[in-house]
Design a protein around this ligand. Structure first.
Ligand code: SF4
Length: 288
C-alpha cells in the first residue's frame, strides 16, 4: 500500500502560532493561565494544554486576575475590552489574517457600507468579526439567505477565512442585485484554499481518502465535504483510534489530509496505525 500525505496537510501558521504562544505562556506566564474559549478546534490539543495547566474559560468573570490568551479566532471588541479590563495580563493570539479581516469590516462600516459577512453565524471567528461590522451587519451562509436580503445603496462584504471559494462566488453573485455598489474584501485565507485544492486533487487520485481533524473544526469539515465529493471512500477521523481496517480492503493508494487545526503528531499517529494494518510506503507531499 502507498500512503500519500497531501501537500499542506495539517496545521496552518495562525494555529501553530497560537499553540506556541499558549504552551510558552504555560511555562512562563503568571498563573493561572486561561484561554478565552478553546484555543483551537482540536480536542486533543485542548486536552494537552489542559495538562500543561492552561484551561479554557467561557466568561469574562472567570478571566479576572488571570493571564488570558485570546484564541486565533479573535473576539468581538466589547468582549475583548472587558477581558482586558479584568485580566491580570492579556496575550493576544488572534491570527493576523483574522485581525486584517476585522479591520476590513470596521473600515467598511465606517465608510457607510452595510456589512455582509459570508460565513457560519455560530462560528467564533464570524461572531468576533460581526462585532466590528456595525449595527446593521448581516450574516449569510447560502445563496437563499443572500437572495432574501433587502436592497441597499452600499453593501460591503467580508468572508469567513475558511469558507469554500466556490460557495462564496455563488453567494456574491446573489448579492449583486442587492446593492448599487457592492464592495468585496477577499478575506479568505490562502492556507485554507491551498489545503482544499491539494485535498481535492489527491482524493480524486487514491482509493481511500482520510481527513484528520476535530469534528468541531470548520475547515476540517470543509475538507471532508470536498473529499466526499471526489470519492465515496472518504473518512473523517479525529484520531488514529477511529480507523477501521475494513475501510482499506483492496486499497492500493491511501491519501491523507488534515485541517488547519490538526497538529502534525496526530497525522503521524494515523500514518503509524495504517502501517500497522499493512506494509506501506509513505510519500509526504507536505511543504513541497
Ligand atoms: S486558517 Fe488562515 S486565518 Fe485561520 S488561523 Fe490559519 S492562517 Fe489564520
Amino acid at each position: 500500500m502507498e500512503i500519500i500525505i497531501a501537500d499542506e496537510a495539517g496545521v496552518c501558521f495562525g494555529v501553530k502560532r497560537a499553540t506556541e504562544i499558549a504552551f510558552e505562556a504555560a511555562g512562563e506566564a503568571e498563573k493561572p493561565v486561561f484561554t478565552f474559549g478553546e484555543l483551537i478546534h482540536n480536542p486533543q490539543v485542548v486536552e494537552k494544554l489542559r495538562g500543561a495547566g492552561v484551561a479554557p474559560v467561557e466568561t469574562v468573570n472567570e478571566a479576572a486576575k488571570a493571564t488570558v490568551i485570546i484564541r486565533s479566532h479573535g473576539l468581538p471588541p466589547d468582549t475583548y475590552r472587558a477581558v482586558e479590563a479584568k485580566a491580570a495580563r492579556l496575550i493576544d493570539a488572534t491570527c493576523p489574517i483574522v485581525k486584517a479581516q476585522q479591520h476590513d469590516a470596521e473600515f467598511l462600516a465606517g465608510e457607510g457600507y452595510r456589512v455582509v459577512i459570508i460565513g457560519d453565524r455560530n462560528h467564533p471567528e464570524v461572531q468576533a468579526v460581526a462585532g466590528y461590522a456595525g449595527p446593521d451587519v448581516v450574516i449569510v451562509d447560502s445563496v437563499e439567505e443572500a437572495a432574501r436580503m433587502d436592497r441597499h445603496g452600499k453593501v460591503g462584504v467580508v468572508i469567513q477565512t475558511t469558507h469554500r471559494l466556490d460557495e462564496c462566488e455563488e453567494i456574491i453573485g446573489a448579492l449583486l442585485p442587492k446593492a448599487r455598489e457592492l464592495r468585496v474584501f477577499n478575506t479568505l485565507c490562502n492556507a485554507t484554499s491551498v489545503r482544499q485544492d491539494a485535498a481535492r486533487e489527491l482524493a480524486g487520485d487514491v482509493d481511500v481518502m482520510l481527513i484528520v481533524g476535530g469534528r468541531n473544526s470548520a475547515n476540517t469539515a470543509r475538507l471532508a465535504e470536498i473529499c466526499a465529493e471526489a470519492t465515496d471512500r472518504s473518512f473523517h477521523v479525529e484520531t488514529a483510534d477511529e480507523l477501521d481496517p475494513a475501510w482499506f480492503d483492496g486499497a492500493e493508494r491511501v491519501g491523507i489530509t488534515g485541517g488547519a487545526s490538526t497538529p502534525d503528531w496526530i497525522i503521524e499517529d494515523v500514518v503509524a496505525r495504517l502501517v500497522e494494518f499493512e506494509d506501506a510506503t509513505v510519500v509526504d507531499r507536505r511543504n513541497g
